[in-house]
Ligand binder design. Structure first.
Ligand code: NAD
Ligand code: UDP
Length: 320
């Protein structure tokens, strides 16, 4: 029997790649998105397919989908700091009301549900790398709190449905992921730097550039999510690439990759910006037999090629 899969946030960066993957696996995919940060261009190639449907809907409002659903992937949420600072209430709602609606739907349809959680549940971490057992260091009332606490609530709600209602649930804690279809103006560091290089602007490093991140290529992430969904493991699992780099070094890599003559300029570090971030992926390795395969040099090259295909109008459409 063909599996029927609901993917929320389908028109976004990760959601669109997940739609592609589940279509490739022969599933019937129902994409749902209200396009608040997404773009239909990411999934327009799927519209001609018989096994793809799209619902333009805000999942923070009651969600109705006719027919059987085997899997629900809840990926709808603003995800970049400038997005969730601009729409904080919607961010809190999709992580609370949204997940409640989808858990209700999963119960009614007897579906297995996986949620997109995040390394942000660890906040500005006091331990590095971060294992799943680390409870985090989050400022609930700081600017990032709207995202971090929504995701923490989402995990708690999902676990409650698992233990109280016996619902089949999975929790993936995603670390910084990059690849084609990232929005050029979403403020995340990779599109910011590549966009600046392509427009001939200086690269803006926030703080002194000593803060670290660990970047995972999107295909690796999608493989990890797929394996976790099919596993029988209900506790949170980190999926990310442990190859850690400072943001200053990352800017130098982008300068080399793009061949830009521009230099690095320094801007103030945003409040509560985590100083270090690196996933401990022991669990993903042991439970899922998963580890990342694409190194940063390869992944960045593919991503740069994608950004080069964008038009000048798209490149110039930047909100600072
Ligand atoms: P994105 O902004 O590209 O995609 C999010 C999508 O969700 C957008 O298409 C948006 O329109 C949609 N959306 C938001 N609120 C909605 C609502 N109320 N109803 C319906 N649709 C809604 O972001 P992304 O990078 O693809 O992130 C996808 C998910 O993965 C998010 O939940 C995010 O928190 C999580 N995540 C991403 C990363 C990463 O590095 N990309 C890291 C950690 C977690
Ligand atoms: N950053 C930067 N310049 C930019 C955009 C981001 O130096 O133009 C920094 C940001 O302060 C953070 C890191 O890059 O330390 C990653 O930021 P991003 O928004 O991509 O993700 P997150 O902070 O959520 O990991």
């Amino acid at each position: 029997m063909q599996k029927r899969v609901l993917i929320t946030g389908a028109a976004g960066f990760l959601g669109s790649h997940l739609c592609d993957r589940f279509i490739k696996e022969g599933c019937h995919v129902i994409g749902m998105d209200n396009l608040i940060t997404g773009d239909l261009a990411n999934i327009e190639h799927l519209f001609k397919l018989e096994n793809f449907e799209f619902y333009n809907h805000d999942v923070s409002k009651f969600v109705h989908v006719p027919g059987q659903l085997d899997y629900i992937l809840h990926f709808a949420s603003p995800a970049s700091p400038i997005d969730y600072l601009k729409i904080p209430i919607q961010t809190l709602k999709v992580g609370s009301l949204g997940i409640h609606n989808l858990l209700g739907l999963a119960r009614a349809k007897k579906s297995r549900l996986i949620i997109a959680s995040t390394s942000e549940v660890y906040g500005d971490p006091a331990v590095n790398p971060q294992p799943e057992e680390y409870w985090g260091n989050v400022n609930p009332v700081g600017p990032r709190g709207v995202y971090d606490e929504a995701k923490r609530f989402q995990e708690a709600m999902t676990m409650a449905y698992h233990t109280f209602h016996g619902l089949e649930t999975r929790i993936v804690r995603i670390f910084n992921t990059y690849g084609p279809r990232m929005r050029l103006n979403d403020g995340r560091v990779l599109p910011a730097f590549i966009g600046q290089a392509l427009r001939g602007e200086d690269l803006t490093v926030f703080g002194d550039g000593s803060q670290t991140r660990s970047f995972c290529y999107v295909d690796d992430l999608v493989e990890g999510i797929y394996r976790l969904l099919l596993s029988d493991y209900a506790q949170p699992v980190n999926i990310g690439n442990p190859d850690e780099i400072t943001i200053g070094q990352f800017a130098e890599e982008i300068i080399k990759l793009t061949g830009t003559n521009q230099k690095v300029v320094y801007k103030p570090l945003p409040q509560d910006d985590p100083k270090q971030r690196r996933p401990d992926i022991t669990k993903a390795k042991e439970i899922l037999g998963w580890e990342p395969k694409v190194n940063r040099a390869e992944g960045l090259k593919i991503t740069y090629e994608y950004f080069k295909t964008l038009s000048k109008e798209q490149l110039d459409k930047i909100e600072h």
